[in-house]
Ligand binder design. Structure first.
Ligand SMILES: *[C@@H]1O[C@H](CO)[C@@H](O)[C@H](O)[C@H]1NC(C)=O
Ligand SMILES: *[C@@H]1O[C@H](CO)[C@@H](O)[C@H](O)[C@H]1NC(C)=O
Ligand SMILES: *[C@@H]1O[C@H](CO)[C@@H](O)[C@H](O)[C@H]1NC(C)=O
Length: 561
């Protein structure tokens, strides 16, 4: 095909009219049986060489004239426009002749005015390419408008106004990308947020992103907020990363980083995940939690050693031997102390202790309520570490020292470096937010693992799960007890403590459960999916009022909460 073209008058452009040029081009294109895309590439290369050979003949001006004529070639029009413009773009990047380029620019400016004036039809992609390839700017267009001394449009007498009017039309037609391309090419700034919001509404993400990038930081920030509003966290994170908005959105950046680490860990490429954490302590800790959840204890140890991370569970401790017991009890779970926390000093001490833990079990209790439409306040919250369980009297602490309670619990519940284990956590979270609407600490929760999601044990609730995993269940007799009475009975305290403490013991088995049995010891290929939730908003939770995973008799192990 290359020889065919060369043998034609293409060889010398000096005496070729645009019409003849296009006619020959079509002949060349019709020749041969290659695929259209192959022909396109070959012709583009050939045209480029012809332009190089004929730079004195003014190829840029010739092509501008060709574009004027191309609509008469009907079905070839769009394709040939792109063909000659692409070849010309390459040519103009290397050698050219200044006189030709200036003449071509004037011609291209006229072309563009005719297109937006409606007297010449070219598709939007071609419109953009014309102004880009010929590098037409506003003053070029102004000059043409002046030279023609014909007011094409009585309402607009500058190039900028003409283009802005055209852009409004494009926006009306929802041709957002073309509108953005034109505005950015001519460096026209469209004020106000509504343009961006309109594009977001129509889900024109690419156009919106290009526009925001052009407009700068405030618009980029708005774009991120809009993405978040539409729950599109991944693109929000990508925009943050690409445009260096880490300082503006530290939390989102961190969340995005975490979710990419999570994906890497789930794929089993722990080394890459570790490299991506790039020494960031919080991210490394997150990775340790993931390794714990995956039951990959060598990795836990390795990471803790390498980065001196402390406070994680000791997986080498002996397992409780519970087989001779009817029910779980605190001693067998190695719990040394259970503390009742109902005043400010012990509250502060408890939080200081718990802050040093990397994994805690959390549970809540409230008085069962059988009247419709009324629900009790959460009465107590139990937080268990490996050795100690703290039972917080929420009702009293809230009455006496609401501010301190709020600040203290937030230090645990909002902490990204303390993994909170729960069982059917959604239910507790909702009840807490409902009971203590004024407290900030219950508005969101960070780093949660709902054991129920991991095991999906269909029957028996937490007790059934404990029985299955540890061999012994929980005494369910306290089912309907009154959690608002004070003092709570010895049994109530013990059961409350057990509910939280048992979660830590079950957690040790999460990894072995979520991996298929007989997985090879190389952890690279195993199928495992993390259930850790790094952020949960109690206010934005799906409405779902029934407890799941419990027996139909209304909660075998958890009467109220
Ligand atoms: C460019 O010019 C040279 C010599 O004038 C010629 O041999 C060659 O075939 C030309 N190339 C094209 C693509 O026309
Ligand atoms: C627009 O292009 C012309 C050449 O066509 C050039 O002389 C002028 O400096 C350019 N104007 C701007 C604002 O770039
Ligand atoms: C179970 O709890 C009830 C009271 O809540 C108690 O009377 C009973 O002794 C407990 N059973 C065992 C085996 O501990």
């Amino acid at each position: 095909m290359q020889t065919t073209i060369s043998k034609h008058a293409f060889f010398n452009l000096s005496h070729v009219s645009p019409l003849v040029f296009l006619y020959l081009l079509r002949e060349c294109y019709a020749y041969g049986t290659c695929k259209a895309s192959v022909k396109f590439r070959a012709l583009q290369q050939q045209l480029y060489l012809v332009f190089l050979n004929n730079s004195q003949a003014g190829p840029a001006t010739l092509m501008a004239h060709c574009i004027y004529l191309l609509p008469i070639f009907e079905s070839y029009c769009d394709g040939f426009c792109h063909l000659v413009l692409s070849a010309l773009r390459r040519f103009l990047k290397v050698g050219n002749n200044g006189g030709d380029v200036l003449k071509a620019k004037v011609c291209a400016a006229k072309l563009f005015l005719d297109i937006i004036g409606g007297s010449l039809i070219h598709e939007e992609g071609v419109q953009i390419k014309i102004v880009q390839v010929f590098d037409v700017n506003l003053s070029d267009i102004d000059k043409v408008m002046c030279d023609l001394s014909v007011k094409r449009n009585p309402k607009a007498d500058t190039a900028k106004e003409v283009i802005q009017q055209y852009v409004s039309k494009l926006i009306e037609l929802q041709s957002y990308m073309t509108a953005v391309d034109l505005l950015t090419h001519f460096s026209i700034r469209q004020s106000g947020e509504s343009f961006l919001l309109k594009m977001m509404e129509c889900r024109q993400w690419k156009a919106a992103e290009k526009w925001a990038t052009y407009m700068g930081k405030p618009t980029l920030c708005l774009l991120v907020q809009e993405y978040v509003g539409q729950k599109l966290l991944k693109p929000a994170y990508d925009v943050i990363k690409k445009n260096n908005l880490r300082q503006e959105f530290p939390e989102l950046y961190h969340q995005g980083k975490e979710s990419s680490l999570k994906k890497l860990a789930e794929k089993g490429v722990w080394e890459i995940a570790e490299a991506r954490a790039n020494g960031d302590r919080q991210l490394l800790e997150y990775l340790v939690y993931l390794a714990m959840e995956a039951g990959y204890f060598e990795k836990v140890e390795e990471l803790c050693d390498r980065y001196s991370l402390k406070g994680f569970l000791n997986f080498k401790e002996p397992e409780p031997n519970l087989l001779h017991q009817r029910y779980l009890n605190l001693q067998e779970l190695f719990i040394e102390d259970v503390f009742w926390i109902d005043e400010v000093n012990s509250l502060r001490d408890a939080i200081c202790y718990l802050e040093e833990c990397k994994v805690v079990g959390i549970d809540c209790e409230w008085k069962p309520n059988y009247e419709k439409g009324r629900s009790s306040k959460v009465s107590i919250m139990q937080i268990a570490s490996e050795k100690k369980v703290y039972i917080f009297d929420l009702i009293k602490l809230y009455e006496d020292v609401p501010g301190v309670l709020d600040e203290c619990l937030a230090r645990i519940l909002h902490s990204p470096s303390i993994l909170k284990l729960g069982y059917n956590f959604q239910c507790d979270v909702k009840q807490l937010a409902h009971s203590y609407g004024e407290l900030k600490c219950f508005k969101h929760f960070d780093m949660l693992l709902d054991i129920q999601n991991v095991f999906k044990e269909p029957r028996g609730g937490l007790s059934g799960l404990a029985e299955k995993i540890l061999g012994t269940g929980l005494n369910k007799t306290r089912r309907n007890s009154n959690w608002e009475q004070r003092p709570l009975s010895h049994y109530q305290l013990e059961y409350a403590a057990l509910d939280a403490a048992v979660l830590l013991h079950i957690f040790r088995h999460v990894g072995s459960h979520s991996q298929p049995a007989g997985a090879p010891d190389g952890h690279a290929k195993i199928e495992w999916k993390s259930h850790i939730v790094s952020h949960m908003d109690s206010l934005k939770m799906p409405r779902k009022d029934t407890k799941t995973g419990e027996e139909p008799d209304g909660g075998t192990d958890r009467p109220g909460g």
